[in-house]
Design a protein around this ligand. Structure first.
Ligand code: GAR
Length: 215
């Protein structure tokens, strides 16, 4: 079983997609061992509670400085003992101590087709506001491994979503979630749980065929 810790900050619809996928078996060989929020008011924590999943909050505001938060956050993750950490709408830049401790064992969902509309300042609704302001006709979502730079590590899955006439940031956000995020994040976890994902020396990911697809 792949032990997964999920980090959240807000509504937790991506967390819900993971919970549902594990329950329905579309995410194979996986258990969610803990949900960790930086925000005590995150609705995602209620979703974890309802699903009977251990959950906790590590808020930067509870610590005297960033270093103390970084250490507490790492300690919480080590205590959960995950094989994989999933950032599912986690609005905190993952500290370097966590990235190096869990090297290539952290994935993030980003609501755009990286390398477009990503990096500092691009999170949540802002991503969609900027995509609409630029007038792109296609956007989407990306699951990538996390490295030291924001929205930068090896790309695992992407899915495109068309922009439609009359889209607002909220309408577009919802379509990107429904058509892309809630599809590719559960799929990414399952691929990792099935042992089908590798990263080569050029930091390109590769997905092996499912066992029954071989030959
Ligand atoms: C999602 O759209 C996710 O892709 C985005 O925040 C939203 C969280 O929604 N993440 C980022 O912008 C990270 N840079 P959720 O809490 O309902 O899953």
């Amino acid at each position: 079983m792949l032990r997964v810790a999920v980090c959240v900050s807000g509504g937790g619809t991506n967390l819900q997609a993971i919970i549902d996928g594990v329950r329905e078996g579309t995410i194979k060989n996986t258990q969610i061992v803990r949900v960790i929020s930086n925000n005590p008011g995150a609705y995602a924590l209620e979703r974890a509670e309802k699903a009977g999943i251990a959950h906790s909050c590590v808020s930067p505001r509870s610590f005297p400085d960033r270093n103390a938060f970084n250490e507490a956050f790492l300690a919480e993750l080590i205590d959960a003992d995950p094989d994989l950490i999933v950032l599912a709408g986690f609005m905190v830049a993952v500290p370097a101590n966590v990235v190096s401790h869990f090297h290539h064992r952290i994935i993030n969902i980003h609501p755009a087709l990286i390398p477009s509309f990503c990096g500092k300042g691009y999170y949540g609704l802002r991503v969609h506001e900027r995509a609409l302001a630029r007038g792109v006709k296609v956007t989407g979502a990306t699951v990538h491994f996390v490295d030291e730079d924001l929205d930068h590590g090896p790309i695992l899955l992407q899915k495109a979503v068309e922009i439609q006439e009359g889209d607002t940031p909220k309408i577009l956000q919802r379509r990107v979630m429904e058509q892309a995020e809630w599809v590719i994040l559960p799929r990414a976890i399952s691929l990792i749980a099935e042992g089908r994902v590798s990263i080569d020396q050029d930091l390109i990911t590769h997905i092996a065929p499912a066992a029954y697809e071989k030959n």
